[in-house]
Design a protein around this ligand. Structure first.
Ligand code: C2E
Ligand code: MG
Ligand code: MG
Ligand code: MG
Length: 286
């Protein structure tokens, strides 16, 4: 009957939860090994200044290469790394590696480096010191580094916000810049943009319109760009996939863009060639 069926469902649900928990534990164990065995690597995605479409920055994006398996994207392991606290060690590795890779790019081309930072990392008392160490070890000047944080970092209920704020304030005094990543996807208020120690707003890719007229995302993306410009914050559009979108964003007063239209994330050697060329590879014509 219905009651028995309901009970079966509960048993199934319970089994699935246990299965998921086990899976998470396994991922964490394998990830711990991955960090120790150097199975983590960084790809970089170049960003352009929309005024002249030249590459001005790169974002470091982590990947995991288990031997003999497919490359694992960050969405498949960063959540487990955050839950387990492993992100602290992983994040420190990312900063060191990214600063080391980007130092010569900055020296040759003035390229800036963007690095993603998890909320969990900003709760570590020595976060700012760790960043300064990575900069000093690589020779990358603090002015060349942008830390990408998400909207929830500083407004999360119960989080020691003061510690995170202290880190960001100290690093900004040293010249490091801060960007709010995935802007528009969280629940924070507009006042947040005015009050927090930030320099750039990265507009989430879910706001990218695919038509120049009649797209319901148009007024939203325009409002965010106007707001950021009014507060004298830099603007970066994520997920720019077409020339039409690039033209549109430039017209709306957006400063920088990142997306497949310009370049996909790629290994350091490949990115070094793109940066030397200065702009995206010309589209082959028949
Ligand atoms: P994110 O910081 O918002 O990074 C942008 C994501 O959009 C990247 O995905 C990038 O490959 C993708 N992307 C770039 N251009 C386009 C485009 O034109 N179209 C589409 N559809 N996608 C585009 P990826 O590399 O898979 O990274 C996913 C997320 O993982 C990142 O989102 C970031 O939140 C996180 N992540 C990556 N590396 C790190 C890291 O070192 N530390 C931490 N804490 N998180 C990281
Ligand atoms: Mg990012
Ligand atoms: Mg982003
Ligand atoms: Mg995003």
């Amino acid at each position: 009957g219905a009651k028995a069926a309901g009970k079966d469902q509960l048993v199934l649900y319970d089994r699935r939860l246990r299965e998921e928990r086990l899976q998470r534990t396994r991922t964490v164990e394998r990830l711990r090994g991955a960090l120790a065995d150097s199975e983590l690597l960084l790809h970089y995605q170049p960003l352009v200044r929309l005024a002249d479409e030249r590459f001005v920055a790169v974002e470091a994006l982590i990947r995991w290469q288990p031997p003999g398996e497919r490359l694992v994207p960050p969405d498949a392991f960063i959540p487990a790394a955050e839950d387990s606290g492993l992100i602290v060690g992983i994040g420190a590795w990312v900063l060191r590696q990214a600063c080391a890779d980007a130092a010569p790019w900055h020296q040759r081309h003035g390229t800036l480096l963007s690095v993603n930072v998890s909320p969990r990392q900003l709760r570590e008392p020595d976060f700012a010191a760790m960043v300064r160490d990575a900069l000093a070890a690589s020779g990358l000047p603090p002015q060349a580094l942008i830390l990408e944080i998400t909207e929830n970092v500083l407004v999360d209920a119960g989080a020691p916000t003061e510690l995170a704020l202290g880190h960001l304030n100290a690093l900004r005094l040293a010249g490091v810049r801060v960007a709010v990543d995935d802007f528009g996807t969280g629940y924070s208020s507009l006042a947040y943009l005015r009050d927090l120690p930030i320099d750039h707003v990265k507009i989430d890719r879910s706001f990218m319109p695919d038509r120049a007229t009649g797209d319901p995302r148009l007024p939203l993306v325009k409002a965010v760009i106007d707001l950021a410009n009014g507060l004298e914050l830099g603007t970066i559009a994520e997920g720019v996939e077409t020339a039409e979108q690039a033209v549109l964003l430039r017209g709306l007063g957006c400063e920088r863009a990142q997306g497949w239209h310009y370049a996909r994330p790629a290994p350091a050697a490949e990115v070094a060639r793109l940066l030397a060329a200065g702009r995206r590879a010309p589209v082959a014509t028949a």
